[in-house]
Design a protein around this ligand. Structure first.
Ligand code: UT7
Length: 331
């Protein structure tokens, strides 16, 4: 399977740590030292998840040298979609004027993009002609409790997208870094559901007319537990993926990790024995954008010229579920 094009979108509204500390008992110093985050982007009032996804999707389709008519499947990794139904992927299909496609959402939280990659591999095994638009898109600013300083400072909104094909198109312009070969991807998960969750409004805690919207309607996280699981899971699955592919950390030119917390990234790299300088980071500007985090970082690394032809790039993630995964991409 090949990545044939990439795109991303970050909403225009920038909110820095000082702006948050105006209404909340927090500080720029605390947020920066504990997370590495300086600013995050928040969707405008009239923007929902599919609007962000559409901007990223459009860019990916153009970058892949495709047209909307070429897309056969749309997968949107998200846990903050426009609605319970229809799927955000279906709304995206209309926005991008993709005439006919199998469109569905994939709810694996921050692991949504890598889970989507593995699902795309399965689709291509059955339908080698498929052209898949895989998007990670989130508007978690609508799901966090803005009175809970332990979570609201962490998250941001955004979207990233790739176009995937089993075999690269002959019409790809020469000289670029695409198509990039996905050498392998593994995803798994287990346990920890109650440690990172948002139950309110679902069928376990349905909203009834007149109910007060309490904290259960918003994201809840046991940060310390999630931190420990994230470090272990991302480093272990990355090691296993490399072993399965007959590769070692010396083969890696770049690591694009899930952008949740700088301290998590450093701990993962230390366990993998990869030098810190090999990680591409943009969490200082965007915070944790969940399923959008890896494709946004990958797109920026591409646009900034950080990824060069011949590079081997490790992607790894961890999120609610718990879910986690890793992929290796050769440019
Ligand atoms: O993307 C999915 C995965 N999510 C993650 O990977 C997030 C994983 N967790 C984390 O990144 C970290 O656990 C956090 C950044 C959420 C928290 O960092 P921490 O070093 O684990 O802090 P803590 O929860 O141990 O809290 C330390 C102190 C507490 O005060 P006391 O009890 O020591 O007096 C908190 O109440 O910091 C306090 N605190 C804050 N202070 C200022 C918590 N949030 C804030 C805040 N500003 N925003």
């Amino acid at each position: 399977m090949h990545i044939q094009g990439i795109g991303y979108y970050a909403p225009e509204r920038i909110v820095d740590n000082d702006a948050l500390s105006a209404d909340l008992d927090t500080s720029d110093a605390w947020i920066r030292s504990r997370t590495g985050i300086r600013t995050r982007r928040l969707a405008a009032d009239n923007q929902a998840c599919s609007d962000l996804a559409a901007e990223a999707g459009k860019m990916a389709i153009i970058s892949a040298g495709c047209t909307p008519e070429n897309i056969t499947h749309i997968i949107v990794g998200t846990v903050s979609g426009d609605a319970a139904f229809p799927a955000t992927a279906c709304l995206l299909q209309s926005k991008l004027k993709i005439p006919t496609a199998m469109a569905f959402d994939l709810g694996a939280a921050c692991s949504g993009f890598l889970f989507g990659m593995q699902v795309a591999q399965g689709i291509m095994a059955a339908e080698p002609e498929a052209t898949i638009l895989l998007v990670g898109a989130e508007t978690l600013s609508r799901r966090v409790n803005w009175q809970d300083r332990s979570t609201c400072v962490l998250f941001g909104d955004g979207a990233g997208a790739v176009v995937l094909k089993a075999s690269p198109d002959a019409c790809m312009p020469p000289g670029g870094i695409f198509p990039a070969l996905v050498e392998g991807v593994i995803c798994e998960g287990g346990g920890g559901g109650e440690l990172l969750c948002c139950y309110g409004g679902g069928t376990r805690y349905p909203y009834r007319h007149g109910d007060i919207i309490g904290p259960e309607y918003f994201l809840h996280m046991n940060g310390q537990e999630v931190f420990k699981h994230a470090v272990r899971a991302m480093s272990d699955i990355s090691s296993r993926l490399l072993k399965r592919l007959g590769r070692s950390v010396e083969d890696l030119d770049l690591v694009v990790p899930h952008q949740a917390n700088l301290r998590i990234v450093k701990a993962v790299l230390e366990r993998l024995q990869v030098p810190e300088g090999k990680a591409f980071l943009n969490l200082d500007r965007y915070g944790n954008t969940s399923a959008a985090s890896i494709p946004m970082a990958l797109a920026e690394a591409h646009i900034q010229g950080v990824i060069r032809p011949g590079f081997r790039v490790l992607l790894t993630t961890f999120g609610a579920g718990f879910t986690w995964g890793a992929a290796l991409v050769k440019y």
